[in-house]
Design a protein around this ligand. Sequence first.
Ligand SMILES: Cc1ncc(COP(=O)(O)O)c(C=O)c1O
Length: 441
Amino acid sequence: MIPPFPRTAVFEGAGLVGVGGVGVDDLAARYGTPLYVLDRAELVGRMDAYTQAFGADVAVTYAAKALCVVGVLQLAAARGLHVDVASAGELHTAARARVPMERVIVHGNNKSVEELRYATALGVRRVVADSFSELERLSALGDGRGVPVPTLLRVTPGIDAATHAFIRTGQDDSKFGFTLSAGLAHAAVERAQALPGIDLRGLHCHIGSQIADPDAFAAGADATFALLAEVRERARVVLPELNLGGGLGIAYRRGDRPLPIPTYADAVLSAVRRETARWHLPVPSLAVEPGRSIVGPAGLTLYRVGTIKHLPGVRTYVSVDGGMSDNLRPALYGAEYEYVLAGRPAVVPHHMQPVTIVGKHCETGDVLARDAHLPTDLREGDLLAVAATGAYGYSMASNYNRLPRPAMVLVGDGASHILVRRETLDDVLSHDVPLDAAALA
Ligand SMILES: Cc1ncc(COP(=O)(O)O)c(C=O)c1O
């Protein structure tokens, strides 16, 4: 079984030697390690797969939280995607990437007034309201500007998607949205309609992330349509828009079987057809918000092996030059990844040894892969590559232990382009303010 590296990956035996037409040893020599690498063909191939599968009438909205850097948002905008942002920082990135603001939507369960003001001043397409108090704040802003804010309401449909608890968002006990079961969603519709500064356009529903079950997506759509129908009965209004969120899972390990993008699109579009017929509703203007499934499989990380420590009868620890600061997901969720030798050919599988790959942080939990299989001739100084790190890797990166965050490059057609430059030690210290003599006295 092949590990889930991008479509341009080139192997010699079990060793990854190239991606995007560039040698991985050249990339490491030129840009250093750890290095985030994004394969352009995989990235834009996935963007295009989404727009083809959903068709021109559906707004495919890239969820920037998965990987929010200017170059990636430029590519998303150039491929005709919309962009969802979840903070002023992400919105600022979209503005810098010149994503047209009529294609930007703003999320967040605790947006500050400054963030809402920034979003409305830029004239974003939609703000997705998440609470009653936010509706009041938004309306005051819209009223003050004399332009009601085009708003969606985030609905929590009461669905427990089969995914990790930290990335489940559709269940009743969630910090996100207005719950359907308690009647809060309907009360929010009534409140939004009564507020002068709100232009209520429709509903939003996101059930969670890394989901492989088409029925879970269909159930989210069903619950949201039931609310649209209820709103029509009680408030005599047909809300024209529906945003069904993101959440499509990807392969992290050999043998993982995520839903292909067209199968996911079929599940969503069939649910929409079925529910509009069932409730005699017009087909709403639809949006979906994929993040992970666009950037995740396009990314890989290159590390340099530092120390190899054999603990007889216990295990072999292979330490790399990064860790939980550039990929938090194993420590945060117990997420598993696939590691291979990189930069030179590797021998056939029966010459493999079980190892535990760890980072360089002062934390026992800084384990990147507990049960990896690497060649028995692995040496200190070798390169390792880890697949599917494009989503929620760089975006969750930190400077823990004051490690500078890695560089990121885009590769394709034999060339590499820097997307994020490597931080220097001075970058890491750039916000520290030394105490003056008075404070030290
Ligand atoms: C509202 C919303 N939309 C879209 C996404 C993207 O999800 P994914 O990256 O799993 O596609 C998220 C992720 O948390 C989200 O909260």
